[in-house]
Ligand binder design. Structure first.
Ligand SMILES: NC(=O)C1=CN([C@@H]2O[C@H](COP(=O)(O)OP(=O)(O)OC[C@H]3O[C@@H](n4cnc5c(N)ncnc54)[C@H](O)[C@@H]3O)[C@@H](O)[C@H]2O)[C@@H](O)CC1
Ligand SMILES: Nc1ncnc2c1ncn2[C@@H]1O[C@H](COP(=O)(O)OP(=O)(O)O)[C@@H](O)[C@H]1O
Ligand SMILES: [K+]
Length: 487
């Protein structure tokens, strides 16, 4: 954003004008709330504090009773200093008693302590203030509404992580576009409702920035959605295959392959080990069945070039035989999706996985546990971890969870935010693997197939509602797929 600001300034819109618009947008948002007229504005040392002073001035002009707690200290940018001196209303003394009284009296608290410039953990008086505001927000009677400027103070805009302690906002007003910290958890949970205000940074300026981080929304992949040609043949829509687990673990791959078919693949085949053929046969109707027992069998099955997308891992043990089959899938011309056991089978050997992926289209779909087992590490910056994993493996990595990150080896990454909490249910991940395989079968490139698959998965779940089980996702896909085509 700093680069965008600079380019905008070079193009004639000054930083002070951007600050004026940003602060006014915050005042507009506060006024639209109708949550009383007594505002306590917290102003920090940087431009976030500058925005806060503009908001304070504008709110006062609009008849609000405003008090500013000025924690700017010495210094700050020229624009922030100007905004500060243009505000001539009441200030709150920076002592505990005065702050408590001001928090008590406020119907709205505007948080302009820190935004995109947060560079270390909140400590001391600053951390104590944040804790005070958070406590006031949950008091039962006349709790103030908290509006954060750009980001709730204490949330790291690049990672969504809490730096020590962070403001819990009811609403966050950010500028031009959402940042990763609005989408990644826990940051997302601290923002409340996020609104994006345009403050005059031209779209052309933003476009010229070679942005590589995106919200996972239709704009990112709309143009890649499969289109049905009139008079088309089922083979035009691809032939998805999935590999079944052994006799006692067949359900996962059946869920997945059925999801691939519902996602629009023209044909679907389940490749099953001999011991599980009967149990699979008893459950399948539209999906075809063929016997494959090992890597050699899979290589042979994938010599049929019409089988253009293959999923393996659900229900499979993370052992050497699974790894050999995964290598066979990656070596074949088909696009490959590795999930569950097929991901973990490469634990400790990411370099070997990268060699196996080569130049092929491959997608890995680990949840946090599988991710750690393959790539190492635990917790921390999810976006950076997913990006590093994609670069290290040469595959598109779908790092699952509430804030699934889809990362490509070329550096692009998308953060998904439409998955409801009740999607965390047994088999949901298998269905996701199948959906992505279905899009790959229809010729969608790997990154877009993964991103649109994750979005469709969240969309289906949201439409079904609480109580869903993975089987419902399969049924729900039919109607949701139609809605997805209209996005
Ligand atoms: N295009 C945009 O997005 C625009 C952004 N503006 C505002 O500018 C903000 C970014 O401004 P800045 O870069 O000045 O950054 P901030 O205002 O977020 O804060 C930076 C200042 O805080 C200090 N600081 C950082 N972490 C600290 C900590 N833990 N404890 C104590 N001090 C700490 C830094 O040393 C620096 O002085 C945005 O969040 C937004 O509110 C607007 O003014 C205009 C346009
Ligand atoms: N808290 C959550 N909110 C929303 N979606 C979630 C949450 N936790 C997990 N998910 C999603 O649910 C699915 C679970 O997949 P996975 O962990 O592989 O389970 P399984 O192996 O049982 O299918 C993934 O798509 C994941 O992104
Ligand atoms: K803030």
């Amino acid at each position: 954003m700093a680069v965008a600001d600079r380019r905008t300034a070079e193009a004639g819109t000054s930083m002070s004008r951007l600050m004026e618009r940003a602060g006014t947008a915050v005042a507009d948002a506060v006024a639209a709330l109708g949550h009383g007229v007594s505002a306590l504005v917290l102003a920090g040392p940087g431009n976030n504090g500058g925005d806060a002073f503009v908001a304070a001035r504008v709110l006062r002009q609009r008849g609000y009773r405003v008090a500013v707690l000025d924690l700017a200290g010495e210094g700050g940018s020229e624009e922030a200093v100007t905004a500060r001196s243009a505000y001539r209303g009441p200030r709150v003394a920076a002592d505990d008693g005065a702050i408590d009284a001001a928090v008590e009296a406020a119907t709205v608290i505007v948080d302009g302590l820190f935004g995109g410039g947060l560079s270390r953990d909140l400590e001391g008086a600053m951390a104590a203030l944040v804790t005070r505001v958070n406590r006031a927000r949950v008091r039962s009677r006349a709790a103030p509404h908290v509006v954060a400027i750009d980001l709730p103070s204490g949330i790291d805009g690049a990672t969504g992580m809490v730096r020590g302690v962070a403001i819990r906002a009811d609403r966050t007003v950010t500028f031009e576009c959402r940042k990763p910290g609005h989408l990644l958890v826990p940051g997302r949970h601290y923002c409340g409702k996020v609104t994006v205000a345009e403050i005059g940074i031209a779209a052309a300026t933003l476009k010229g920035l070679a942005v590589t981080t995106f919200a996972n929304e239709p704009d990112l992949w709309r143009a890649h959605r499969p289109k049905l040609a009139r008079g088309g043949h089922k083979y035009d829509r691809g032939h998805a295959v999935a590999v079944s687990g052994p006799m006692t673990a067949t359900g996962a791959a059946r869920l997945a392959i059925t999801a691939a078919l519902r996602t629009g693949a023209g044909l679907a085949t389940l490749l099953s080990p001999g011991d599980a053929l009967l149990v699979n046969a008893a459950h399948l109707t539209t999906v075809m069945l063929a016997r494959v027992d090992d890597a050699t069998g899979l290589t042979e099955a994938l010599t049929d070039r019409r089988r253009n997308a293959v999923l393996l891992g659900p229900g499979m043990p993370p052992d050497a035989a699974t790894r050999a089959m995964a290598e066979a899938a990656l070596a074949a011309p088909a696009a490959a999706v590795l999930d569950a056991g097929a991901v973990v089978a490469f634990a400790g050997d990411v370099a070997g996985l990268k060699r196996a992926v080569g130049e092929g289209a491959a997608v890995l779909t680990p949840h946090a546990g599988e991710f750690s087992r393959l790539f190492g590490g635990e917790g921390g910056d999810k976006l950076a971890r997913a990006r590093a994993a994609a670069a290290a493996s040469g595959a598109v990595v779908v790092f699952k969870g509430e804030d699934t990150v889809i990362a490509a080896p070329d550096g692009r990454a998308a953060i998904n935010a439409n998955a409801p909490p009740f999607l965390a249910t047994a088999g949901a991940g298998d269905v996701l693997g199948g959906i992505i395989t279905g899009f790959l079968a229809q010729g969608v490139p790997a990154f877009e197939a993964a991103a649109m698959g994750v979005f469709l998965h969240g969309l289906v779940a949201t439409r079904i509602g609480p109580g869903l089980i993975a089987d419902d996702l399969i049924d729900g896909l039919r109607a949701a797929r139609a809605a997805f085509d209209m996005l």
